[in-house]
Design a protein around this ligand. Structure first.
Ligand SMILES: NC(=O)C1=CN([C@@H]2O[C@H](COP(=O)(O)OP(=O)(O)OC[C@H]3O[C@@H](n4cnc5c(N)ncnc54)[C@H](OP(=O)(O)O)[C@@H]3O)[C@@H](O)[C@H]2O)C=CC1
Ligand SMILES: O=C1OC[C@@H](O)[C@H](O)[C@H]1O
Length: 146
């Protein structure tokens, strides 16, 4: 069954992510909805990328039962609060980097993904480069796994 994605924000990096995701087989990944602060922006984005549902708020996107994973491409100061909004709604979240404005902000919120049985990832895609994987085995892991 395809992973059903919702796109949060209709900006530049959401556009790039959507184009990249749509290059994968439809049977693996489907974009089912987009939400933006403004309905017109969401509708334009939906039309451009052939996405079936468009919402004029992030809250509405968080209530769409067809969305399993949210790609969060909003502006940086809202990353953490929106990640919490979607995880509270039991959505898995792939959050654009950085996850928060500073490390202090994320302290104490670590329990939510586990409590709600959802996946949270900061979109540090370079971690998956073959060279990064090779190098990561070369020194002891720090407390953050970095
Ligand atoms: N562009 C890139 O190459 C990369 C970007 N990123 C990160 O992704 C995030 C988005 O970047 P990018 O797409 O380039 O940025 P954009 O300027 O395109 O903004 C993204 C979205 O943020 C919301 N937004 C913009 N301005 C404001 C504001 N003043 N107040 C509240 N919300 C606002 C809008 O959401 P809406 O559509 O809902 O109105 C907008 O579509 C940033 O955190 C950035 O650091 C990370 C890696 C690469
Ligand atoms: O995460 C990213 O996405 C878009 C790229 O252009 C950028 O270099 C990278 O940091």
């Amino acid at each position: 069954m395809a992973t059903r994605w919702g796109i949060c924000s209709a900006g530049k990096i959401s556009h790039d992510f959507t184009v990249a995701l749509k290059s994968l087989p439809d049977s693996d990944h489907k974009i089912v909805a987009v939400g933006a602060r403004n309905l017109e922006d969401a509708q334009k984005f939906a039309e451009k990328h052939s996405i079936p549902a468009a919402y004029g708020s992030y809250e509405e996107l968080s209530r769409d039962p067809s969305v399993a994973f949210v790609y969060l491409g909003s502006s940086t100061p809202r990353h953490l609060s929106l990640s919490l909004l979607f995880m509270t709604a039991k959505k898995n979240v792939l959050c654009e980097k950085p996850l928060a404005m500073n490390s202090r902000e994320v302290e104490g919120d670590g329990g939510l993904p586990r409590a709600n049985n959802v996946f949270l990832m900061e979109a540090v895609w370079t971690r998956f480069f073959p060279a990064s994987l090779e190098i990561s085995g070369c020194w002891p892991r720090g407390p953050s796994g970095s």
